[in-house]
Design a binder for this molecule. Structure first.
Ligand code: AN7
Length: 344
């Protein structure tokens, strides 16, 4: 049976000896070869498909550690601000731990699959008339005032859990990849990968990608009203700004922007040509490689292997999928009509 990541890596994580293990057997996600993408970018490409975690995103890696620690210190409730995935993960792990969960999401900007999960897991779901950055500021204040544990990636245990994805990449490849491409929102995940790689003496070039309308790290200043179809990374003032920029520099990588059109094209191309259905924000990592190639810092070698982190599952957001996909063909209840519909 596949163990959860605390059972696999506990000695490298931040838990106390007495902490319970709150797990849904997250992690151990597949590293999938990407033959078509490899052709297009002229390097050996792989997907780290984090959409196959229990609630459909990489957030579960951080949540198992953060919630186990919270439970170990006797917390009875957890809270987060979220663009969707953190909300679903927080709600599921709260249910698993027998704790109360609350999630604050930007009103009208949450993918339907994520709302369904958060509500089904019994979390209190609050839709804020503001954006993610407003929600994060408010939950930070709330967690100072009340005995409720904040489980956004400002919580150090989240980063600890998420760094295990880097361990898995190196284990599965048998070596460090030459480069890693990753979407960047609040910048917790890229921070976590870099820490994980460093702990196993690996140093791939990090390519981070933000959506053009929500690209504070590329612009070098916060974006007051971030906008993008990739709702997961609709974030204007990343909490892990400094650490992420330090990681890009240390790895000789860079952060760049991709347009919504490039994101949506990559999103559909991946589903259609590689058989992998990720969410739009995740496709930003592939869109970035297709748009920018493999940018190489002077003096560094061009990477031969590239891992693209596909951070979340496409079923999160059926509305965006259906608006991009071809139409369904309606058909009479009749053999020849079906024949025409299938073969014409
Ligand atoms: C699919 O769920 O911020 O740079 O509240 O869901 O670590 O923020 C989600 C972020 C990339 C960006 N891909 O990661 C949330 C939230 C997906 C995501 C990111 C998110 P960070």
């Amino acid at each position: 049976m596949a163990l959860g990541l605390i059972d696999r890596y506990r000695d490298r994580l931040s838990l106390e000896p007495g902490d319970p293990v709150v797990t849904l057997n997250e992690g151990s996600t597949p590293l999938i070869e990407a033959p078509r993408l490899s052709e297009r970018i002229e390097a050996r490409a792989y997907f780290k498909f984090e959409g196959l975690n229990p609630t459909g995103s990489f957030k579960d890696r951080g949540m198992t550690v953060a919630v186990s620690r919270a439970k170990g210190r006797g917390a009875e409730a957890i809270i987060c601000a979220s663009t969707g995935n953190t909300a679903a993960s927080c709600a599921a792990y709260a249910a698993r731990a027998g704790m109360r969960g609350a999630v604050i999401v930007p009103e009208g900007k949450i993918a339907i699959g994520k709302l369904a999960q958060a509500l089904m897991h019994g979390a209190r779901v609050v839709a804020l008339q503001g954006n993610f950055d407003d929600a994060l500021r408010i939950v930070r204040e709330l967690s100072q005032k009340h005995p409720i544990e904040l489980v956004n990636s400002v919580n150090p245990h989240r980063i600890e859990g998420q760094k295990t994805a880097a361990f898995e990449v190196v284990e599965d490849l048998g070596a460090a990849p030459g480069a890693l491409a990753i979407p960047v929102g609040n910048a917790g995940n890229v921070t976590a990968y870099w820490r994980g790689f460093q702990e196993v003496d690996a140093a791939p070039i990090l390519y981070g990608f933000q959506a053009e309308g929500a690209a504070p790290l590329v612009r070098g200043e916060p974006v007051a009203n971030p906008e993008t179809v990739a709702s997961a990374i609709r974030i204007g003032n990343p909490a892990r700004w400094e650490e992420a920029m330090a990681a890009f520099t240390a790895s000789r990588g860079r952060v760049a922007a991709v347009s919504d059109e490039q994101i949506l094209n990559a999103y559909r191309w991946l589903a259609d040509n590689e058989g992998v259905f990720c969410e739009p924000a995740s496709a930003a990592s592939v869109a970035g490689l297709l748009a920018h190639g493999l940018p190489v810092v002077e003096g560094a070698a061009r990477p031969e292997t590239v891992v693209c982190v596909l951070t979340g599952h496409g079923l999160k957001d059926p509305d965006t999928a259906l608006s991009k996909a071809p139409a369904v063909i309606n058909c009479d209840n009749d053999l020849s009509a079906v024949e025409r519909a299938v073969f014409d």
